[in-house]
Design a protein around this ligand. Structure first.
Ligand code: NAG
Ligand code: NAG
Ligand code: NAG
Length: 982
């Protein structure tokens, strides 16, 4: 930290500049923040002597007032080269750092045409476009491309308003004529016409020094004037941050930002400051909509309160090219910004109205000034957007309610603001952000469109569809000596989830996915598909939506939908009950490898995993149980992706692998391929192994979609059970000789797969397990276990495999549990229970039981105290505890004993029960006191003894009861302890 403080000058007058100045003022290096030309806020000094259009007036003010940093807010001065002009004086004057790109870099925003061409030239993904000066050429282009919707942009700066979106050719031609005719003056003398992309918009802002980038949290603004996203577009009526995006989308955006900076450097375009990229997240990936060369407004107002680092240091590092050495941290809170607009905005805002009731800044809420001005009558409105009211909170709901309260409090005539900012985070209502949403039209039009979609799947060999059956001409399909591979499947109880959410759009796609992926495993190309749809009462829209998605998937996997059956069977199926099944006919050349080459699979072969797209079509019975046990609604936003509901996440369509995989199968470099469906890796992978081979899987070696983490922790479902029920992120596994690993991987990547994971290898089978999982604890993360309720901290002591411990942990993971298992202590370093505890994300400690009992017990007590343990469960802990330990934890240690106490205390309880020839044995959960097995009884359960019972069989049956009784006892004790402490 420099010992002498410095001043900062912010150029601009909006809420964005107010927010930047507000944040800069908090810097320990800054003693004075000026803003010019400024607005009606009294937070900062507004120097009258500074002419913001004149670099020399800015320089002399900076020199006079000890200012070392100028931050330029708006785009206009940047595009005119203000940064270059101020910096030009650095050569033989005082060094002044200027945050913002020079003129050459500012073209990215200054000229839409330059920016689009830059994107095209450097392979940055964006919509198709063309630019025009001539009305006739523009009209001819619009007719020729015949897109459903168009975006027309004025080439020059039009204060964020020179963009018009229209549907249809006629309207587009009309608007092109108006724009080129001078609607936006000189700015629209040239226009860019591009295709409108479908999806949702995201703003990504980053700090950059031209070499590295540091991305800020994502935000989303609300452009339409009216609630429910209706009405004309504005500069932004409100904004929320952070916006959590799916991790793959986030990674894609970061890569595009990096590529952009690299492209700028490669083109020798100097750039520093803030780069703002607007994206459309579409089903085909993220596409750039535009670049801005400065902070966004209103995005900045919600991003600055989240910044947990010193803005001055960051800005200075961007100017000096040292950004990579600065740590930029963000708070994990939620921010909502609401814009208070003037009457008449955005067309003709009425200004000059008196403002009252603006509160002081508080720790929750800051009111940033935008269009305000100080006059002799006090504060008045002077623009369309008057204030941005920004609140921070632990949840969006909390932040929004603060912001709404203050928005109400601020008074001026004609004030208007949207009360639904962030609405899509709270309720899904009518606004669908689903990127793959299909607009379902009515009745016959729909059926006709399905016919077209079906016809569009035809291939050369399936050209003549019709009649009673379908003809497939394999010769025309290009096969010389064809063999057929036929597979059939359904979508299981995924239907029930679709039913509960009303989202049928992807079920047909799933159906095809399940079948074609099966056929692919035998190195065959799907050629034809037939579907069967049955219902108690035919609802055209629902049936059509399913069939349409069957056709879509057929087309994507290159197979023809040659026929099908839609059956209405009232009485057999109830009204509203339905099912769907399908059959895929695949063909293969006799000379292609006949997969699986089971006999050739040997220890040492590597296992390559292809990512799945989510659950695909398996495990839905368990999914439904988890959803209902947790009281979750399918319409709730997914905790990991609030733009999408849990239902939509669960229903993500099955991934199709034909296009990316078939080629490498034909090459002969793959020995076998397993489609990971119901039964998970555990049951599907061994299907392609010879008897002497097993798989060793390294857990954590592949990326697991969040939905599985969520199911895991909300079930709770143990990792082994997860791997036996769901695909857990792995759609296909290829078995490959290590010498072919690289070329197979390269081929898959170049054919469109996004990632290939080496997840393990084949080993010689020694135990009965056909799949051996290593480091199970690395499989899942625990990001979705959260509860605010007060819980009793539980410590578990073990010595062995920990089967009782596992049940205690699982019980504690139920949302309604009053227990939180904080630590598992084992007296043996090799106890099997340690890995199990870790697989649930629970801390483990080994305290070897060597030396004096008092000594190691003292260590255990310390470990337990350190974690605030209130209750200790002995789960197969094989050591006697001293009286002093028991007294230290009096009434807080519980144990489970395999007899109906007070009968058969001590060791060998089961044996003693058998010898005594009792008819009823059982188990008892009790409080541990100084005497052996004599403390207060918490719960008991009886187990019948059979004539044919051995100690082993009886103990086995008792253990099953123990699991339930002990877990129940733990909860009972916890509830008592909570009541006592309350
Ligand atoms: C959705 O929009 C329709 C038509 O605009 C309206 O009738 C309906 O009430 C809206 N539903 C919700 C949940 O807002
Ligand atoms: C936790 O305690 C509350 C109130 O004390 C009780 O209603 C609830 O049933 C307890 N939970 C369990 C799983 O026993
Ligand atoms: C033992 O006896 C019980 C009850 O008579 C019977 O259900 C069970 O099948 C028997 N088990 C064996 C292994 O014979």
């Amino acid at each position: 930290m420099p010992s002498s403080k410095t001043g900062v000058l912010v150029i601009g007058s909006g809420a964005r500049e107010h927010a930047l100045a507000w944040k800069l003022q908090q810097s320990p290096s800054v003693d004075h923040v000026f803003i010019a030309p400024g607005n009606g806020s009294t937070d900062f000094d507004i120097p009258k002597s500074v002419d913001v259009n004149d670099a020399s007036s800015i320089r002399s003010f900076c020199v006079a007032r000890g200012i070392s940093l100028v931050v330029v807010g708006p785009e206009n001065p940047l595009c005119k080269g203000l940064v270059d002009e101020i910096e030009a004086g650095n050569a033989d004057g005082k060094e002044i750092l200027v945050f913002g790109p020079p003129k050459a870099g500012a073209q990215l925003e200054g000229s839409k045409k330059f920016s689009k061409q830059f994107m095209k030239e450097h392979g940055l993904p964006t919509a198709d476009f063309e630019d025009f000066k001539s009305v006739n050429e523009a009209k001819a282009f619009i007719e020729r491309v015949n897109w459903p919707s168009y975006v027309l942009k004025a080439d020059g700066l039009a204060a964020g308003k020179g963009v018009i979106i229209v549907d249809g050719v006629a309207e587009a031609k009309n608007v092109a004529e108006r724009m080129l005719g001078g609607e936006f003056g000189a700015a629209s003398a040239e226009i860019v016409i591009e295709e409108k992309l479908e999806g949702y918009e995201v703003s990504a802002l980053c700090f950059t020094d031209g070499k590295t980038i540091s991305r800020m949290p994502f935000s989303q603004d609300h452009k339409p004037l009216l609630e429910g996203d209706r009405g004309p577009n504005t500069g932004g009526m409100g904004v929320i941050a952070p916006l959590v995006l799916p991790s793959n989308v986030e990674a894609e955006i970061d890569q595009i930002l990096k590529n952009t900076i690299a492209a700028l450097a490669k083109s020798n375009i100097p750039y520093k400051g803030c780069l703002y990229a607007g994206f459309m997240v579409t089903p085909k990936g993220c596409k750039l909509l535009e670049f801005n060369v400065r902070f966004g407004d209103p995005e900045t107002e919600v991003i600055m309160p989240l910044l947990d680092s010193d803005l001055y240091t960051i800005c200075a590092a961007c100017c000096r090219g040292t950004l990579s050495s600065v740590q930029v941290n963000w708070k994990s809170e939620n921010v909502v910004g609401i814009v208070l607009a003037s009457e008449g905005y955005p067309v003709k805002p009425i200004v000059g109205r008196k403002v009252e009731g603006v509160p002081e800044h508080s720790s929750e809420t800051v009111v940033f000034h935008a269009g305000t001005k100080r006059t002799e009558q006090g504060l008045v409105t002077s623009g369309g957007r008057v204030f941005c009211v920004v609140s921070i909170g632990n949840s969006f709901q909390e932040a929004r309610s603060h912001a709404l309260a203050v928005s109400e409090q601020v008074k001026f005539e004609g004030k208007y603001y949207r009360k639904d900012i962030g609405h899509f985070l709270f309720s899904r209502g009518n606004v669908s952000y689903s990127a793959s949403g299909v607009d379902i039209a009515e009745g016959n039009a729909l059926v006709a469109s399905i016919k077209d979609v079906c016809l569009s799947t035809r291939t050369p060999g399936t050209d003549s569809i019709g009649g009673f059956g379908a003809l497939v001409d394999l010769e025309k399909e290009g096969f010389k000596k064809p063999q057929l591979v036929i597979g059939m499947d359904g979508v299981g109880t995924k239907i029930a989830v679709a039913e509960a959410t009303g989202l049928y759009d992807n079920l047909g796609y799933d159906l095809v996915g399940m079948c074609v992926n099966d056929v692919l495993c035998h190195c065959a190309r799907p050629v034809a598909f037939l579907d069967y749809y049955v219902t108690g009462h035919l609802v055209k829209e629902e049936a059509a939506s399913v069939i349409r998605s069957v056709a879509k998937a057929c087309k994507e996997s290159g197979c023809a939908l040659v026929g099908g059956e839609t059956a209405e069977m009232p009485g057999v199926y109830h009204k509203g009950q339905w099912d769907v099944a399908g059959c895929c006919i695949g063909a293969r050349e006799k000379s292609w490898p006949m997969l699986p080459l089971t006999e050739s699979v040997t220890p040492g072969d590597v296992l390559l995993a292809l990512p799945s797209n989510g659950l695909h079509s398996n495990g839905f019975s368990l999914v439904r149980k988890i959803v209902s046990d947790n009281g979750v609604s399918y319409k709730d936003p997914a905790p990991w992706n609030p733009l999408v509901s849990i239902g939509e996440e669960l229903l993500r369509p099955t991934k199709l692998y034909v296009k990316s995989v078939l080629g490498v199968l034909k090459s002969g470099k793959v020995k076998a391929i397993a489609h990971i469906t119901g039964g998970g890796i555990t049951e599907n992978l061994p299907r392609v192994f010879p008897p002497h081979v097993a798989a060793e899987i390294e857990c954590g070696s592949w990326s697991i979609p969040e939905v599985f983490d969520w199911l895991h922790s909300n079930g709770p479902v143990s990792p082994p059970e997860m791997l036996k029920t769901f695909n857990c992120g792995v759609g296909l596994i290829l078995v490959v000789d290590p010498k072919n690993q690289e070329s197979v991987t390269d081929s898959l990547l170049s054919n469109g797969e996004s990632a290939i994971y080496k997840i393990g290898s084949c080993i010689k089978k020694t135990a009965k397990d056909e799949v051996v999982y290593k480091n199970l604890e690395n499989t899942f993360k625990y990001r979705f276990v959260k509860s605010k309720a007060k819980k009793v901290n539980v410590g578990i002591l073990i010595s062995g495999a920990g089967s009782n411990m596992k049940k205690l942990i699982e019980k504690s993971l139920f949302p309604k549990s009053n227990c939180s298992v904080r630590v598992v202590i084992s007296n043996k370093a090799d106890a099997g229970g340690i890995a199990i505890a870790r697989s649930y994300g629970i801390e483990t400690v080994v305290v070897p039981s060597v030396g004096e009992r008092e000594e190691y017990e003292a260590i255990m007590t310390k470990e337990l105290e350190k974690r605030g343990i209130d209750l200790i469960c002995l789960a197969g802990f094989m050591r006697i505890l001293t009286a002093s330990f028991v007294n230290r934890w009096e009434g807080r240690i519980i144990n489970i004993h395999p007899s109906l106490l007070p009968s058969f205390k001590g060791a060998h309880a089961v044996q003693l029960a058998l010898e005594a020839k009792v008819k009823i044995a059982g188990c008892t959960a009790h409080v541990v006191d100084v005497e052996v097995d004599s403390g207060a009884i918490i719960a008991q359960e009886a187990v019948p003894v059979y004539d044919n019972d051995t100690e082993e069989t009886l103990h086995e049956r008792i253990k099953v009861k123990e699991h339930a009784v002990f877990a129940e006892a733990m909860e009972l004790m916890a509830q008592k302890l909570l009541e006592k402490s309350a």
